[in-house]
Design a protein around this ligand. Structure first.
Ligand code: PRX
Length: 571
């Protein structure tokens, strides 16, 4: 087994880690104590996650500290103190209220990473409504599925993105308001609002935000998190991201995904850190410029981004002064050892892998600043989280044995429900365990190692895509009878989406048609969820009950043994 360690040399630490001794803290950790010590509560055990992220800092030295540095696509910059973020989000909240938004109403945000996204999110939580985020690459179909399932009452977007919603609006009777943040009227409405707000006193279990995420079958599911989730997010931002008051922190994720919510809004700000948000596209040189310009010290990114930087070489890195960096982390897909080794060469620092999911709401397994990095492993469970490898019946498997990666129920950011799918929610649990859907194993020292997904979920550039959504989009095309979609391993993107397509009789299987189909999915479903590869096929492998056997498509694609085909229809 791989026992390749990066030992942190003497002088490695520019800061004493917030978690100096993992084993002792892990052993003695108590959520009850953390609740008291780390969060700010209203009377009668009430709480608000947005208040904990922002407003509680206003009575401290952080009041005039920069909370948000923002840089746009065209080098535009803005900056906001904690006090300004507080006031603006209050005004947003008051405005939503004036439109009739009540507690528990769903308010969705469909915006690129611009400041109004962050003020909206906080404003929604402050009035006790439920915030939903939509990745800006989504197109009509993805938008419709999410807005319809959640019965969203309000959508916050901009002029450009609103076009996509206009086409489906007539099918969304619950959607009462579409707010366009780049219209002058919007700014006028915001300025009119009071900077004071009565922050909704919530029960810890009350819903705060929701995110749609893909499984293997059916449409995406609305994973709902409660206000108390911020406790897990706060503790992991403190222990794993190791955020200190002196830091400037950059998380490259988009709040359309869970990382951008947990570690660009809630957990990071609740630690009072100054954050950078960059709304532009990936470009290696630009990223290095940002690291240098903002003197970023803690940087949380994704393996695909690291591989993309790696592809551009080290020389480019060396042209920049990145001496402010002290802690690098990644999430979302396997962090390959080469990426860690390259990080060491390029930045003199290892990337620390972290593992978690939309459903877990916060980092669940991680490599810690205070520990040497066992290269290739995801690390050890975060304090307050118990991880195990279990079999189908919920029995723990011994060290070294591959099985289902599971977490013991009950940490604060464990998803609270699946929106309107209680039975589905229950199906995630076996005995006292939450089943992640990932396969992994644990070594003798308690480190966890990722093996793969137990299901057909695709991870492309770290983004989670359900094959069913892509298949459904493809069959909307007039030339297509049916389609089977898999993740095909890819050096750069981890996986790319590959579609096997059965055409209607008489339709010519041309390269032009392949391109047309890719574009069709890109335009109807989402800009990031389209098949980069298409293969025409006469027939899809199916079970006798008609389910597409993606496992077989994948095995054939990879030249692997096909395995048990006893339930197959003839193929
Ligand atoms: O398969 C695992 C993979 O990403 C899945 C969760 O995706 P999502 O809900 O989009 O959340 C991503 C960011 C929190 C997991 O089931 N994954 C996440 N982190 C890692 C990973 N796979 C390997 N190594 C990781 N560190």
């Amino acid at each position: 087994m791989n026992e390749d360690f990066f030992h942190k040399p003497k002088g490695y630490f520019k800061q004493t880690p917030n978690l100096p001794d993992y084993e002792t803290t892990y052993k003695n950790f108590s959520w009850e104590k953390a609740k008291e010590d780390e969060l700010t509560w209203f009377e009668d055990g009430k709480i608000n996650a947005a208040y904990n992220a922002i407003d509680r800092h206003l009575t401290t030295f952080r009041k005039n500290k920069i909370a948000l540095y923002w840089e746009g696509d065209n080098n535009e910059t803005e900056k906001y103190t904690f006090e300004e973020v507080s006031y603006l989000s209050n005004q947003y909240g008051n405005y939503f209220k004036s439109l009739g938004v009540d507690r528990s109403d769903r308010v969705f945000i469909f915006l690129p990473r611009i400041p109004p996204l962050y003020f909206s999110f906080l404003g929604i939580l402050k009035i006790g409504a439920i915030a939903g985020t939509l990745f800006s690459a989504f197109q009509e179909q993805a938008l419709f599925d999410r807005l319809e399932n959640s019965s969203a009452k309000v959508l916050i977007t901009n002029t450009e993105l609103s076009q996509r919603v206009e086409k489906i609006r007539h099918k969304l009777p619950h959607l009462k308001h579409i707010i366009i943040v780049d219209e002058p009227e919007f700014s006028q409405n915001i300025t009119k609002q009071s900077k004071d707000i009565h922050i909704a006193r919530m029960d810890p279990d009350d819903y705060a935000f929701m995110l749609y995420t893909s499984g293997t079958t059916g449409k995406p599911k609305g994973v709902v998190h409660r206000h108390l989730a911020i406790l897990s997010e706060h503790m992991t931002a403190k222990y794993v991201l190791d955020l200190h008051d002196e830091d400037t922190y950059w998380c490259t994720a988009d709040p359309g995904w869970v990382t951008g919510i947990a570690y660009e809004i809630l957990g990071s700000w609740s630690n009072g850190v100054t954050s950078l948000v960059f709304s532009g596209r990936f470009a290696a040189e630009k990223w290095y410029q940002l690291l240098q310009k903002y003197k970023i010290s803690v940087w949380y990114t994704a393996p695909t981004a690291v591989r993309m930087l790696m592809a551009q070489g080290e020389t480019l890195v060396k042209k920049h002064d990145l001496s402010s960096l002290r802690h690098l982390l990644s999430v979302g897909e396997p962090l390959n050892p080469e990426a860690i080794r390259w990080g060491l060469k390029a930045f003199g620092l290892p990337f620390h892998d972290t593992w978690w999911q939309t459903e877990t709401g916060a980092i669940s397994i991680a490599n810690y600043p205070c520990m040497d990095v066992k290269i290739g492993s995801m690390g050890k469970p975060t304090p307050g989280v118990e991880a195990a490898i279990i079999d189908e019946e919920g029995n723990e498997l011994p060290v070294g044995k591959e099985g289902n990666l599971a977490l013991r129920k009950g940490w604060p950011s464990m998803m609270k429900t699946i929106w309107h799918r209680h039975v589905k929610y229950d199906s995630y649990f076996v005995k006292e365990w939450y089943i992640s859907g990932d396969r992994a194993w644990k070594d003798k020292d308690g480190y966890f190692w990722f093996v793969g997904r137990a299901d057909d979920v695709i991870k492309t550039s770290g983004e989670r895509v359900g094959p069913f959504e892509v298949e459904s989009a493809l069959v909307e095309h007039p030339s297509v009878v049916e389609a089977g979609v898999i993740g095909k391993p890819d050096q750069l993107r981890g996986e790319i989406i590959k579609a096997f397509v059965v055409l209607k009789s008489g339709v010519k299987p041309t390269d032009e048609l392949k391109e047309e189909l890719s574009l069709f999915v890109k335009k109807h479903l989402a800009g990031h969820a389209y098949p980069r590869e298409i293969e025409f096929i006469d027939k899809l492998p199916k079970t006798r009950s008609g389910k597409i056997m993606r496992r077989i498509l994948k095995a054939k694609e990879l030249g692997l043994p096909i395995g048990d085909t006893s339930t197959l229809e003839e193929f």
